[in-house]
Design a protein around this ligand. Structure first.
Ligand SMILES: Nc1ncnc2c1ncn2[C@@H]1O[C@H](COP(=O)(O)OP(=O)(O)OP(=O)(O)O)[C@@H](O)[C@H]1O
Ligand SMILES: [Mg+2]
Length: 288
């Protein structure tokens, strides 16, 4: 095993980073993969949403930052996934980090010894481009960018991609932008589809899996990781996260899951337009 490390980042707040990190991680674990999730946000929403009191998580990543604990010693087992929790002290730790040599590499260094224990590591980044997020991007093989398809979504993405450019130049040449994950997606307004099309073509990025439909169940079902069953597993959004996990795991697409996610070929056509292969096939058929 040598884990693929995914940073889940977008400095825009509330776009579904934490929900995505958790659900993709849980879906990956369902596929039998060994998964670690790292909460790199001082708000500790991921830690909290798994039912932990961030104030009682000791040691946590903050202790790693100040050199009191190894990351491996902070890990708790939560059902099928492992979690490296955060708490509010991480905000202070961020300040401590600023005065450190090699501050961008702390997480990367801590993960090195864990890579053989996992298939996938998901880093839930904070809504900022601060030193903690740079740690996430420096430690990552691939960046997953959750986006909500709203008018100004592209501004956040463009800023994030500039940061990716800096990270590639300075701390992690191998960082690859894997693609966008469309979150809280409502396919009905024409506008949403147009925003998604625009994002994908403007930045020449692939869409990972189907868009994740909006559903109140996500807010209601925080204890993901024990199992996705009983945690909104029958809503289209969960099927989308399962499809995304399959794609990241390199497994073939499951048509049943895609349909359950509301991502029929017609829907796909309406949202992102026909794929290059579809177009080639059509051109071939009509062009003779
Ligand atoms: N598909 C969805 N449908 C409905 N609500 C959702 C969906 N995905 C996420 N949410 C809700 O949207 C809110 C923001 O999601 P989340 O916390 O995952 O975003 P975030 O990007 O991690 O936020 P932050 O920037 O504060 O870290 C949460 O209340 C979450 O439950
Ligand atoms: Mg979050």
């Amino acid at each position: 095993m040598a884990a693929t490390v995914y940073a889940v980042a977008n400095q825009k707040g509330g776009v579904g980073k934490t929900t995505t990190a958790l659900h993709v991680a849980a879906a990956m674990a369902e596929l039998g993969r060994a998964v670690l999730v790292v909460d790199l946000d001082p708000q500790a929403c991921l830690t909290f949403s798994l039912g932990y009191d961030p104030d009682e998580m000791s040691p946590s990543f903050n202790d790693t930052v100040v050199g009191r604990a190894k990351l491996v010693d902070t890990i708790v087992q939560h059902g099928e996934i492992d979690v490296a929790p955060a708490n509010i002290d991480l905000a202070g730790a961020e300040v401590t980090l600023l005065s450190r040599t090699g501050r961008e590499y702390l997480l990367r260094g801590e993960l090195v010894e864990l890579l053989d224990s996992y298939d996938a590591v998901f880093i839930d980044c904070a809504p900022s481009l601060g030193v903690l997020t740079i740690n996430g991007l420096t430690a990552a093989d691939e960046l997953l960018i959750p986006v909500q398809c709203e008018t100004l979504s592209h501004r956040g993405v463009s800023q994030l991609l500039e940061t990716v450019g800096d990270v590639r130049r300075l701390t992690n040449r191998a960082l690859r932008v894997r693609g966008l994950i469309a979150t809280m997606f409502d396919p009905r307004p024409r506008h949403t589809r147009e925003v998604l099309r625009d994002l994908l073509s403007r930045y020449e990025l692939p869409l990972i899996g189907p868009p994740v439909r909006k559903s109140i169940r996500f807010a209601e079902s925080p204890s993901v990781g024990v199992s996705m069953i009983g945690t909104g597993s029958d809503v289209p959004g969960t099927a989308a996260y399962r499809s995304i996990a399959r794609e990241l795991a390199g497994l073939p697409a499951d048509e049943g899951l895609l349909a359950a996610a509301g991502w029929s070929p017609e829907q796909r056509d309406r949202v992102v337009g026909p794929s290059a292969e579809d177009r080639a096939a059509t051109d071939g058929a009509s062009g003779g």
